[in-house]
Structure formats: structure tokens, C-alpha cells
Design a protein around this ligand. Sequence first.
Ligand code: MG
Length: 307
Amino acid sequence: MTATAFTMLDERFRYVDGDFVLERLHTGCRKTEGPAYFPAGRYLIWSDIPNDRLMRWDETSGTVGVFRQNSGYANGNTVDRQGRLITCEQGNRRVTRTEHDGRVTVLADTYRGHRLNSPNDVVVRGDGTIWFTDPVYGISSDYEGHRAESEFGGACYVFRLDPDTGDLRVVADDFSRPNGLAFSPDERLLYIADTRQEPSHIRVFEVTGYGALQGGDIFATCDFGRFDGLRADTDGRIWAAAWDGVHCFAPDGTLIGKLLTPEPVANLTFGGAQLNHLFITAGTSVYALRVTFNGVNLLTSPSRAGR
Ligand code: MG
């Protein structure tokens, strides 16, 4: 247990409350990322990237075990509308889905005949489409993947995949290192972090009716370290992983508060049946905190009936 340190910078942060301690669920990993909570099974999956494994925490017993060794250097994970695990295997340079029977289906590994760089993070929209970023971290060294040349000449795209048809499209091509993504509660906006900008920033796009993006203004910049994973709560606030903790932004882009953590944060997700448990992958550990606000629920999201 470690005392929770909230820093309030704006009154819109004031009803952030709940646990007074940040619970460390597990430590001893090399670099944690990609938390994804499965409400039906009451467990959390995350990636331990350099150790090339996926881990699993069982909420009912508190035990932790290896979910998959040789994970293709899995990085970002999420859950689709049917409750299946979607994984960015940055070492295998592909996005996969783990079916209910345990088989692994490759959803995307090439674009126009070229291998993807190393998919990093992923989010599923209520209409079932899968949006992911493809920077080069998994091919720039052997530390968390396999060193290789980019088949896009170093370009790092953001993709939209329709898993039913296999249609894969570039939706943004002007990022340096696209990383975490999150939709607004109404799914009309998509926030995407660009880690390597100076300072690191988050851009906001409008999602058009055709599943393209427009706009892309800078929404927020990072005042400590670099942004990585993102999540939205039901009030449209954006929670962003940074090196001193999780930064919270109002929908207008104002930094309204921080949740300070003992280790640099890579990613976060909301879990529990009410989506009011905050799970944070940071450094070598995974932390949890019950809070007085809620994450966005994909299964009740507005575009669910959109197709
Ligand atoms: Mg990331």
C-alpha cells in the first residue's frame, strides 16, 4: 500500500475521491503496459513487455500468474464488444484477437503488402471497429521486440480496422510516435497521444460518419515526462499516463489534476462491474484504486447500434 497523492489544480477535479491508498497489486515485472479488465471473469490482463509475456490478476483470489508466455512482446490490450482480448503484439508486428476458445486470430499484420511497424495501443469503438497506433518501438531494438527496418520508411500511422471485412485504413499519417488512444464518451472525438513531440502532446480528432478523422489540433501537452496510454471517464475527462503519475484533463484541455504514483505510468484502464476501479500499469508494477467516477462502458456506448 502506498498513500494516494492527488494534486488538484482546478475545481473540476474536486470530486475525485475514493481510496486513500494506492494498492500495489503486483510488482516484479520488467515493464508493465496494456491493462485490460474482463468483467465476466473478474480478472485483469496486462503486458510485461521485455519479458515477452501477458500476466493475469484474479480479482476473486488476488493471485497473479502468467497468462501467456511468448506473447509476441505484447503491448497494448483491450476488450472488444464480445468480451474478447484484443492485443497489440509489437514483436510479432500484428494485432490479434483471443477467441473465447483460446485460439488466437490475426486481425491485421500488413498494410498494402507491407508489414506493420509494431502496433502499440488499441481501442475498440462501439461499432466494433478497432483503432490502433503503429510506432516503431518494437522494431527499433531487441529490448521489447525484434530490431528491423520499417516497411513504411519510418512512417508511423494510426489505423482503423473493420474486423468483419478486414478493411484496414490509415486514419492519421502525421504523427511522430502515435501511442495511446481514447474516444470521448459520445465517441465523436478520438484523442491520440504523440509521445515523441517536444513536449509530448495529445491531439483531438473528430470522427466522421465514414470512419475517417478530421481536425487534429493539439489538445494538451505534457509537463512531466511523456504521454503514453489514455482513457476517458463518463464526464469526458481524459486521463493520461505520464512519468509522475496520471494527468487529468477537462474536456476543454485544461490540466485539472494529477494522481501521483511511485513509478512512471505507462497506461491505465477502468475496471470492475461499475468501471470505478482504476488500474494503472507503472514501471515494474500494477496499481489499483477505487474512485468516485466511472470509465466509459463500451457495451453501452452510443455507436453500438450504429451498424
Ligand atoms: Mg503505449
